[in-house]
Design a protein around this ligand. Structure first.
Ligand code: MSP
Length: 513
């Protein structure tokens, strides 16, 4: 992988139901990282998509009286439509029913077999058809139920080909020892490592009872167990995302897989093991975020407590949602979301702290200086406040610490607001002898507004773009525009010359929802 390549992925979502806010959450987080890395000048590939095979989809299709393919086609379109509504800039959308994916899965898993990691055996144990997961005794709750879906588990007995995971235990332990940042946050790393250390059993690689899946080339009575087919999407997409190009050279191994903790075992244990068995390089990092909770429970279709992201965005716009989810819920931990909290954050931070600061500063420049920014020395105290802010934010985003990164920016926004209060430019404007002070205060403020806006761009690309346009950047900014570079987000580096008036960025909501 070239030095400045950045490849980020979301899980591929099951098409057994329509997307909800939980899915939107991971896609937004990945988009923030992708956009930031483009601003840094990295060559970025951002992948999302849908997981279409296996029991979760086959069962939902049966219940709806349609074929799995019909259900997959219908819901994949909904997930595909969600990305642009979120203003997510994925470079490709993979569907595991793509024939190119199917062929590549067959190839890699045949290699795993040729390398001696596949064996015929009999599986006997608990199975959750919703998770498509074979559960050990430690992973089930009272009444033999699934701790995630709270449904009764099936006792399965069937002849399967097994993936010899147990043979890789030592190598997995070494991976965790040698790369302490392979999984973050630390608590999730410990969870994965202790799962590995508790002893790994071989796992089913194929299913004989299902027909909705990728056929096993050496035994067509079987299809691959959906998780192995699904995990491989991160790798197979690079072989066909851009027709005629093989992107593996540039983008494999992936820089970051973002997932929630529900699928930790698959990504932090099975996935690296599978790649080892196929002689492929391992991803650099997996970041495991928490759950969005609604009324205290994980938001999930099967529990029926979901928010529809299309509706939320209709009402508030995508920027506000992107901001709220990564600001209010600490990325990496569980957190409750509610309309009331959303509106509180919207009003106090987006409308007041940030939107007002920008409007006031622009309006004062227009009123007192005809919109021309005085090209004078900026206040050294503000320089000090912003010292290395761009590199700090960048290194936080580089570790997927998206909530602390936002807080770093917000500290400066609060500082700029305090600066307005401390200096009272409207008073300076009344005193012709203090014209030079007014020049300095206005220039100091607008440069601060520019810097925080460039850094906020990944979270609120639409409004940040509009604001930067009012400060002289081109319209319809792309992440790679020179006015958006992280290097240029150094305080004092690109003081705007002229500003134009602008509509309120985040108008206060007229009616509480
Ligand atoms: N298809 C598998 C993933 C295969 S990846 C090779 C799957 N799909 S899923 O539709 O159930 O999506 C799970 C993922 O959606 C979570 O890991 C997380 O990224 C996101 N979320 C779904 N509900 C969520 C919350 N309530 N909160 C946070 N994230 C949520 O598992």
């Amino acid at each position: 992988m070239a030095q400045n390549s950045f490849y980020v992925t979301t899980p591929i979502y099951y098409v057994n139901a329509a997307p909800h806010l939980g899915h939107a959450y991971t896609t937004i987080a990945a988009d923030v990282m992708a956009r930031h890395h483009r601003q840094k000048g990295d060559d970025v590939f951002f992948l999302t998509g849908t997981d279409e095979h296996g029991e979760p989809v086959a069962l939902a299709a049966e219940a709806a009286g349609v074929t799995p393919r019909e259900l997959a086609d219908k819901n994949a379109e909904r997930f595909k439509a969600l990305a642009p509504v979120l203003n997510a800039t994925n470079d490709f959308f993979i569907r595991t029913s793509d024939p190119e994916h199917v062929r590549a899965v067959q190839e890699v898993l045949t290699k795993v077999k040729d390398n001696g990691y596949v064996e015929l055996g009999v599986y006997e144990g608990w199975y959750c058809p919703r998770c498509a997961d074979f559960k050990s005794e430690q992973e089930i709750i009272e009444g033999n139920k699934c701790p995630i879906h709270l449904i009764e588990l099936d006792w399965e007995q069937e002849e399967n080909y097994f993936f010899k995971l147990s043979k890789l235990q030592g190598r997995l332990e070494e991976l965790y020892e040698n790369h302490p940042d392979f999984v973050a946050p630390q608590s999730r790393r410990n969870e994965a490592l202790s799962f590995i250390k508790s002893g790994l059993n071989d796992v089913s690689l194929t299913r004989g009872k299902l027909s909705w899946g990728v056929p096993v080339p050496w035994d067509e009575k079987h299809v691959f167990y959906v998780w192995f087919d699904a995990l491989l999407n991160y790798y197979t997409a690079l072989t066909y995302a851009r027709p005629g190009e093989d992107l593996r050279g540039e983008f494999w191994p992936a820089s970051y897989h973002l997932i929630a903790k529900d699928i930790l075992k698959f990504h932090c244990v099975f996935w690296p093991a599978l790649l080892m068995a196929a002689d492929l390089p391992l991803p650099r990092r997996v970041f495991v975020h928490g759950y969005l909770l609604l009324e205290g429970h994980k938001m999930s279709k099967s529990l029926g407590n979901v928010l529809d992201p299309f509706e939320v965005i209709d009402k508030y716009g995508s920027d506000a949602l992107r901001f709220y989810l990564l600001r209010d819920v600490s990325f990496g931990q569980d957190g409750s979301v509610s309309t009331a909290d959303f509106e509180k954050r919207y009003d106090s931070e987006l409308a007041n702290d940030f939107g007002n600061l920008a409007s006031r500063t622009i309006k004062m420049l227009i009123r007192y200086r005809d919109g021309a920014v005085p090209q004078v020395e900026l206040d050294p105290a503000m320089h000090a406040e912003f010292e290395e802010l761009n590199t700090k934010v960048s290194s936080l985003i580089g570790r997927a610490e998206l909530t602390p990164a936002l807080e770093e920016i917000w500290v400066r926004i609060r500082r700029l607001n305090a600066y307005v209060g401390d200096n009272e430019p409207w008073k300076l404007a009344k005193d012709p002898e203090r014209a030079a002070d007014l020049d300095r205060v206005l220039a100091t403020l607008i440069e601060g507004v520019r810097v925080v806006t460039v850094l906020l761009h990944p979270w609120i690309p639409d409004r940040a773009g509009r604001l930067l346009h009012a400060l002289g950047a081109p319209e319809d900014l792309h992440d790679t525009d020179p006015s958006l570079t992280i290097a240029g987000a150094q305080y004092g580096a690109r003081v705007p010359r002229q500003v134009a008036d602008i509509e309120p960025l985040f108008p206060k909501q007229q009616q509480p929802a």
